[in-house]
Ligand binder design. Structure first.
Ligand code: MTE
Length: 318
């Protein structure tokens, strides 16, 4: 797991709000500066709330992951609002309207509000996060995301001590999303959730880009969640609302098939999906004769996140 810090760049240092009103330009400018390696140190929000104060800090580990070829990641997507097969969802997602884009942050917070994504980005520091990504369907990939810490964003709205869970809601755009029109499969919009300590963990990010560029629409533009130790369905795309709650939200896949898709969805090779094993995974881009990869508990991020679950029997909390 890799958080590259030497190229960190606070957006406020590189975008003049009077010059850049445009998200694409902001992200491009941030990425360009990031990739050039500025070495500017992070601007971190106040850290005065006890609820996540004891979380492990995230040590930087040498980058040893080779990203999956970008074209594979861009053309093999799960996006059920558009289609139930990976090729059509990739194609149809191009119709999504992502401008303008705002995000409501509300619930158990001191300063609720609705913010243009551009304004959020100005306050956050973009980094490249090279993470393994493991789908519940037993395939995997390695993606160099570009994004920022969800925890740092949440701190800016000052969560109350009553905030125990975070609910994420995807966009409802039936005019461009055919499966929302036919109401097939899910109750729309797509909803996901995390416990507050999972949301505040330094590995949990909101991505706005990948492979050093803007996030493609089919991969969740303009803003998606990435939680690398959980199955991919937790990584909700096209987020428009983030609510801090007292109790756990009902999430889309859990509502659809509670026996198959749990709220936690922590990657665990020892807990099989009712219809297939989770013991190993097919790596996207690997050759026909390449053996499957042994799936790791927490997708290999156990050192960083296992302490979040020390009081839970992981066989029963799927
Ligand atoms: N978010 C929304 N809004 N709609 C979806 O259908 N699919 C999920 C997740 N986020 C999904 C979503 C699933 S099942 C997976 S595996 C990942 O997105 C896939 O991300 P990718 O298409 O970028 O590989």
């Amino acid at each position: 797991m890799i958080i590259k810090t030497k190229n960190d760049i606070p957006s406020s240092e590189i975008t003049d709000p009077l010059i850049f009103r445009d998200r694409r330009k902001i992200i491009k400018a941030m990425l360009a500066t990031m990739l050039a390696g500025s070495g500017i140190s992070p601007l971190l929000a106040d850290d005065n709330k006890p609820v996540w104060a004891d979380l492990p800090t995230c040590d930087i580990i040498a980058d040893s992951l080779t990203p999956t070829p970008a074209e594979l990641v861009k053309n093999y997507t799960n996006y059920y609002e558009f289609a139930f097969n990976k090729k059509d969802s990739t194609k149809l997602a191009q119709n999504l309207i992502t401008d303008p884009w705002s995000v409501e942050i509300s619930g158990e917070v001191e300063s609720p509000g609705t913010y243009y994504l551009e304004d959020i980005l100005r306050q956050q520091m973009l980094r490249e996060y090279i993470y393994r990504f493991r789908c519940v369907e037993a395939w995997s990939m390695v993606v160099p995301w570009v994004g920022f810490s969800l925890g740092n964003l949440l701190k800016t709205v000052k969560p109350l001590s009553t905030a125990k869970f975070v609910k994420f809601t995807s966009v409802y755009q039936p005019e461009t999303m055919p499966k929302q029109r036919s109401n097939a499969m899910h109750e729309w919009p797509y909803v996901e959730g995390l416990r507050i300590d999972e949301a505040m963990h330094p590995l949990t990010i909101l991505a706005v880009g990948m492979y050093g560029d803007i996030l493609p629409k089919q991969n969740g533009a303009p803003l998606r969640l990435v939680v690398p130790w959980k199955y991919g369905f937790k990584s909700i795309k096209a987020i428009v609302k983030i609510e801090l709650l007292k109790s756990p939200p009902i999430t889309s896949w859990n509502r659809f098939a509670p026996d198959e898709y749990g709220f936690y969805a922590n990657i665990n090779p020892a807990v099989a999906h009712p219809r297939w094993s989770q013991n190993s995974e097919r790596q996207l881009g690997s050759g026909f004769f390449t053996p499957r990869r042994q799936t790791e508990l927490f997708n290999g991020y156990g050192e960083q996140v296992a302490s979040l679950y020390s009081d839970m029997d992981l066989r029963h909390f799927f």
